[in-house]
Design a protein around this ligand. Sequence first.
Ligand code: NI
Length: 270
Amino acid sequence: MDVHAFFEALWADFVTVAPAAASIRQALVDAGETVVNDHVAFRTLDRGAIRLDALEQPLLALGYERLAPYAFPDKHLRAYGYVHPEPGVPKVFLSELLTDKLTARSRALLDGLAHQVDADLVRGPEVFWSGRPWSAPTHTTYQHLLDESEYAGWLAAMGLRANHFTVFVNALSPALRSVEAVLRFAEARGHEANDRGGRVKGAPGVLLEQGSTMADRLPVAFADGDFVVPTCFYEFALRHAQADGSLYPGFVAANADRIFESTNARDRAA
Ligand code: NI
């Protein structure tokens, strides 16, 4: 599989759980914009066959290279950014939950999920749109995980798939070439912006400004029935030039820390 087919398959899966992103993208296209994808993000656990060091192997096989590590101590996460040598190929942000930082109860619940994952699943890039590689958890398990780690609850319910796609704001026309302008564009079409930590995360000084919608809320099948939960969202990123004139290719931990909260429930203000 080449990297372009990889992103087509990822998007096809993503829009099944992020209809708002599909709608915003279409509205941008209808307005005459060229929508370029800046990056996608994935979540995983530091356990078993899907730990970051294993899950990154299909990305490396597609030609990606690790760029830089990022740490999120308050959320018990670590992450890497990945870049592809071919110009125009989106970046990848892969994070993992540090389960040793959680309570024994949550760790046991997550171990119960991780133990169900077959190592064969991680052999090819299809793992990134495979969804839940474990049997449906109960809503009680989801809620227990969610109470301790929003990230853990989301992962248990949603599994392995793009958590968000990201519009590269630099490629939009001048009237939309700011994160705030794109957020307003989305809001004007009925979508909610993530205002946790401010509407626009970052600033020109850190070379990256980002914003996002709040995740869609859709029915998801749990072992004990369907429940409406936050799914996936759309991000908007504006990159600034480094001293050498090239655009900053990395991520900014302080920005990403609040972008993660785009999957928080609406009534769980951070
Ligand atoms: Ni992102």
